[in-house]
Unconditional design. Structure first.
Length: 471
């Protein structure tokens, strides 16, 4: 028995077949890469056609790698949250995909906060009234291109459109809908007041579906298709951070700290509550600058030394630079949307490696603050499990442990979201795959952690000072 899993990320798509034990069928893994298109005014877009091509290319490669004649009985996926796509009556894209990193709707988010009580909306939707989410993006599109806005027949998440094109299914899962900012946690449906405020009829939003559909496409006929869930939820499932007392940290293009919750626990203002399925939630916070900032540093600083040497564990704790890592409009926990990347402390002796290390630490300090907020409400985690692209950099993992002041478990699964999508489908089908092996432990250095705490306090103070200056 085999199931197909697809992981649609903001920088690459992956696909593979999995058996009933939750293991990849050898030879079926596939990957296609692409890039966000950033613009000077804060845009961060993806081409829907290019994304669909990448997904189809992955599926072709996965099928070519499968030599078994066993049928694929089900398919599912994970995908990046918050993406917005407008379609015409024939389900053809009218807009580019506006991603979580697109900040052109900052002023529209501000107006929404003037019209609504953000804390009340946060409690009802689990989302902030900020540029990352659909309400602000919809208001921006309506304000800047009313003719285009009126032509849109349906507003969808890009993964749901791709599933519709490939499998013939429609509708988002509760998980994908919950991160739009238009999902009402109380009714498990679209939030009527916010829809009205955005000029969107709820009929323009697909019916939310939790149950699987039979594929209507000829190629996948007969397979049960489970609508995609959010990549953050899938990452927790796939990395092994899916039980009480566990917290997952995933560092890829962006980064997040998350824990699964089935008890409707309280969560701090500035963090999120999204849905895994109708019985479970995921709470936490995400930052916009992580792997994308890492790649920017490698690309533009043109380091003359190796990455491993540049990320010296001891030097990272002793650097003097303080950085606000806001190359892309930042999110949790403080949502400093009007601040941009800042480097404090440059001198003639500053080199590229110092900037690279300080930028890396700056991202980790923000994750540390999110971790503290989660633990204040839910108790100290028994285990912190790390997954994502950071697993390819042992120096980064060591610095992360020191920056957090915590020992870290390194997930045995390098493709956590992809595996999580497969596990989600398998468990819905009644299978119970065995857990991952115990993660390898990276221990923090207490002396270095103490120095990082001082640097993190300086970063917080700099953000507060600049925020007060600008406002």
């Amino acid at each position: 028995m085999r199931v197909l899993a697809i992981d649609i990320g903001s920088s690459s798509t992956r696909a593979a077949l999995f058996n009933q034990r939750g293991r990849v069928v050898p030879g079926t893994g596939a990957r296609e890469e692409y890039s966000l298109r950033y613009t000077a005014d804060g845009g961060a877009e993806l081409s829907p056609i290019a994304l669909q091509r990448a997904v189809r290319a992955c599926l072709r490669e996965t099928l070519r790698g499968s030599r078994s004649k066993q049928p694929i009985v089900a398919a599912g996926g994970s995908a990046f949250w918050h993406g917005l796509l407008g379609l015409d009556r024939n389900a053809r894209p009218l807009t580019p995909i506006l991603t979580w990193a697109d900040s052109r709707s900052l002023s529209d988010a501000l107006r929404l906060r003037e019209e609504f009580d953000e804390r009340k909306i946060h409690g009802e939707t689990g989302c902030m009234l900020r540029a990352s989410y659909w309400p602000a993006k919809l208001r921006w599109l309506r304000r800047t291109n009313r003719a285009l806005f009126r032509r849109v027949d349906r507003w969808v998440s890009p993964a749901d459109w791709i599933f519709e094109k490939i499998f013939g299914t429609t509708g988002p899962s509760d998980s994908m809908a919950s991160a739009t900012g238009l999902y009402d946690l109380r009714t498990k449906n679209w939030h009527e007041q916010l829809c009205a405020a955005c000029g969107v009829n709820p009929n323009q939003l697909d019916v939310i579906r939790e149950t699987p559909s039979r594929s209507a496409s000829r190629e996948w006929r007969g397979a049960s298709v489970f609508n995609a869930i959010g990549d953050g939820a899938a990452s927790n499932l796939g990395s092994g951070a899916d039980t009480a007392g566990q917290i997952a940290i995933n560092i890829g293009t962006s980064a997040a700290v998350r824990m699964l919750d089935g008890n409707r626990r309280t969560f701090s203002f500035g963090l999120f509550r999204y849905v895994v399925d109708r019985d479970r939630f995921v709470i936490g916070g995400a930052v916009s600058n992580a792997g994308n900032l890492h790649q920017w540093c490698l690309r533009h600083l043109r380091l003359r030394t190796t990455e491993a040497k540049a990320l010296s564990r001891r030097a990272a704790a002793n650097d003097e630079l303080i950085i606000l890592p806001f190359w892309v409009s930042e999110r949790a926990p403080t949502w400093p949307e009007n601040l941009r990347g800042t480097i404090l402390g440059l001198t003639q002796s500053t080199d590229a490696a110092s900037i690279f290390r300080a930028a890396t630490c700056a991202t980790f300090y923000r994750l540390s603050t999110i971790l503290e907020l989660l633990e204040q409400k839910n108790g100290r985690a028994k285990q912190i499990i790390v997954s994502g692209g950071i697993l390819h950099s042992k120096p980064s993992l060591r610095i992360l442990a020191d920056a957090l002041g915590r020992d870290l478990g390194v997930s045995a699964q390098t493709e956590a979201s992809l595996r999580g999508a497969a596990l989600y489908v398998l468990k819905k089908l009644g299978y119970n795959p065995p857990p991952l092996p115990l993660p390898k432990l990276i221990r923090h250095d207490r002396a270095l952690a103490a120095k990082h705490r001082i640097r993190r306090e300086r970063q917080v103070a700099l953000e507060q000072e600049l925020s007060s200056f600008l406002f």
